[in-house]
Design a protein around this ligand. Structure first.
Ligand SMILES: *Cc1c(COP(=O)(O)O)cnc(C)c1O
Length: 359
C-alpha cells in the first residue's frame, strides 16, 4: 500500500535517550526542559526570535485569534484545511472568503480590498502547500486599513521567502507539527510573532492565563505540549535538511516521469526556497481526476484530494461565491510523497496515471 503520506520516524535510539531523561527527571509537562530546548532549537533553525510550542496547529490558530483580540469579520481563504475556517468560527468571528489565485492557489490579493467592510478586523491566509502568499500586498492593504494578519503556515516549515523564514511574516504565524506534516512532534504546533508584547499574551493564553501560581493575568486555555512530544521533535529536527532533500528528489522524479501527463502544477513564488511539502497535480477536468483516483486505488495507491471540498461550501458558514477555489478543489490531487517512497514506487504511480490517461 502506498499512502499519500507516511509519518517520518527518527532513529529510535535518539528518541529513547531523550525519553530516559524524562524518566530520570519525572517531569512530564508544564514547560519542561525538552519543551524549552525544542523551542530554542527551532528558533535557531528558523532564525526567528519568538516561538511557543503548543498542543496542535488548531489551538495555535485559536490562541492567535484570541491574543489579537479579533472580533467581527476575518477575511480568509476557501482553499485550505478545515481548521483555518473552523478556528475563526470557534472564536466567535465570521469568516469572509476571498477567492484564490488560480496559479498560486493562495488568496488572490487583487480581490482583498473589495471584501473589506467596517467590521473587518483581520486577514487569515494560508501559505498553501508552503507556497508564500502575496506578502507585500497583504502587508500594504492591512496597514492601510488597520487590519491584523495571521498566516496559517502549517505547511511552510523550512520555507524561506526573500531569504527569511516564512514564519517571520504577519502579526502571528502558526505551525502544525502533526505526524503527517514535514516536521512533526506526533501532535503539536506553534505560534510565532515578532512582537515581544504579543508573545507575553500568547504565553499567558497557552497556560490558563497563569501569572505565577496564584495569579491569573487574563483568560487562557490549556495549549501546552508535553516532554514526550518535544522529544520526538528534538529527535527529528537534526534530520530536517535530509528530509527536505529527499522530498525534493522525489518531486523531481515525479515531474520527470509525468511530463507527458496532461496536468499543471502550482506556481511556486519565485522568491521562495520551497520545502517540497506536498506534490499536488491539477487535472484538466474532475472527471479525469476521478478516473485517476480509481485506477490508483485499484493498485493500492491512496492519494488525497487536498483540499476538497472548498471551505466556502461548509454548512456552518454563509454562502460565498468562490468559483476559482471551487474549480481548483475539484481538480486537484496530492500524490504520495514521504521519506522512504522509492523511485520505483514513483515510476509505478506515474505509469498508472499515464496508462489511465491514454485509455
Ligand atoms: C494540518 C493543518 C492545520 C491543523 O493542524 P493540527 O496540528 O492538525 O491541528 C491547520 N491548517 C492547515 C492548513 C493544515 O494543513
Amino acid at each position: 500500500m502506498i499512502n499519500v503520506t507516511r509519518p517520518y520516524l527518527p532513529e529510535k535510539e535518539t528518541f529513547d535517550r531523550l525519553v530516559a531523561g524524562v524518566w530520570e527527571r519525572n517531569w512530564l509537562t508544564n514547560n519542561g526542559p525538552l519543551v524549552n530546548e525544542l523551542e530554542l532549537k527551532i528558533k535557531e533553525y528558523l532564525h526567528i526570535d519568538h516561538l511557543l510550542f503548543v498542543t496542535n496547529g488548531t489551538i495555535a490558530l485559536q490562541i492567535a485569534i484570541k491574543a489579537l483580540n479579533l472580533k467581527g469579520e476575518i477575511i480568509t481563504t476557501p482553499f485550505s484545511y478545515v481548521a483555518t475556517t473552523s478556528s475563526i468560527v470557534w472564536e466567535g468571528c465570521e469568516p469572509v472568503f476571498v477567492d484564490i489565485d488560480p496559479l498560486t492557489f493562495n488568496l488572490d490579493p487583487s480581490r482583498l480590498e473589495e471584501a473589506i467592510t467596517p467590521r473587518t478586523t483581520a486577514i487569515l491566509a494560508t501559505h498553501v502547500f508552503g507556497n508564500p502568499c502575496a506578502i507585500e500586498t497583504i502587508d500594504e492593504i492591512s496597514n492601510r486599513y488597520g487590519l491584523k494578519v495571521i498566516y496559517d503556515n502549517a505547511h511552510g516549515f523550512g520555507v524561506k521567502y526573500k531569504r527569511k523564514s516564512l514564519f517571520s511574516y504577519g502579526d502571528v504565524s502558526t505551525a502544525s507539527f502533526h505526524a503527517t506534516k514535514i516536521f512533526h512532534t506526533i501532535e503539536g504546533g506553534a505560534v510565532t510573532t515578532r512582537n515581544p508584547e504579543l508573545l507575553k499574551t500568547l504565553a499567558f493564553m497557552r497556560n490558563f492565563g497563569h501569572n505565577g501560581p496564584d495569579d491569573f493575568a487574563m483568560v487562557g486555555i490549556n495549549g501546552k505540549n508535553s516532554e514526550l512530544h518535544a522529544a520526538m521533535g528534538l529527535s527529528i529536527l537534526p534530520d530536517i535538511s535530509q528530509i527536505i532533500a529527499s522530498r525534493k528528489r522525489a518531486c523531481e522524479h515525479y515531474t520527470e516521469r509525468l511530463k507527458n501527463l496532461h496536468i499543471s502544477y502550482q506556481q511556486i513564488n519565485s522568491e521562495a526556497e520551497w520545502n517540497y511539502s506536498y506534490f499536488p497535480i491539477l487535472f484538466l477536468t474532475e472527471q479525469s481526476l476521478l478516473k485517476a483516483i480509481k485506477a490508483l486505488n485499484e493498485n493500492c495507491i491512496y492519494p488525497r484530494r487536498y483540499f476538497y471540498p472548498s471551505l466556502s461550501s461548509l454548512r456552518y458558514v454563509k454562502g460565498k461565491i468562490t468559483p476559482v477555489a471551487d474549480d481548483i478543489s475539484r481538480r486537484i490531487l496530492c500524490l504520495p510523497l514521504y521519506v522512504g517512497l522509492s523511485m520505483e514506487e514513483i515510476d509505478f504511480v506515474a505509469r498508472i496515471l499515464l496508462r489511465c490517461q491514454n485509455n
